[in-house]
Design a protein. Structure first.
Length: 186
């Protein structure tokens, strides 16, 4: 995977982790009120920074924010951990397994059109719940996708070729929707 594609994918992966975190909180909220576990569905449209808005449906309906961070709790748009804040409490998400999978999967590329795309699915785990989500645990399976059109070199030896460099600004990009579902308990 090119550095350019990897950075684009990392943004999508971070958003996916955020979405998953929101889904888990919905299940946790339902479990808290009914004393049981359940299945939750997560829906996220990624933003351009470290904080995304999350909507949950299925076992319970809820919404809030999910902030991507590094393992030390520092806000990081490419972080492998997520802090979820919902109306009735919060929890954390570990997306390191998902991110490793995302980093190892190269996107499909089409050099003739300078386009690239990928879909990645994998697990994230929930922990460290507070409020209504105290004691939360479980795994949610999330899926995300992304695509971009790379610019072409305008001059020099590579004139007309695709510029997939990490610092190249894409002509267009889609940091895909994030969806997921899974069962959790608390």
């Amino acid at each position: 995977m090119t550095r350019f594609a990897r950075s684009r994918f990392a943004l999508a992966a971070g958003a996916v982790a955020l979405a998953l975190a929101g889904a888990v909180s919905v299940v946790a909220s339902d479990a808290a009120s009914a004393g049981t576990s359940g299945t939750v569905h997560v829906w996220v449209t990624p933003g351009k920074g470290a904080v995304d808005q999350i909507m949950l449906s299925g076992a319970i309906g809820d919404h809030g924010t999910a902030t991507s961070e590094d393992k030390n709790g520092k806000v990081d748009p490419n972080g492998a951990y997520v802090k979820v804040a919902l109306q009735q409490g919060g929890f954390e998400v570990n997306a390191t397994v998902f991110n490793r999978k995302a980093d190892s999967q190269p996107p499909t590329t089409e050099k003739a059109t300078c386009s690239a795309w990928a879909t990645v699915s994998g697990p994230v785990t929930l922990y460290n719940g507070t409020g209504a989500y105290a004691g939360i645990s479980g795994t949610v399976h999330i899926t995300t996708n992304f695509a971009f059109l790379a610019p072409r070199f305008k001059s020099g030896a590579k004139s007309g070729q695709c510029n997939m460099a990490n610092n190249a600004t894409p002509v267009a990009e889609f940091d895909g929707d994030i969806i997921g579902s899974g069962r959790i308990s608390y």
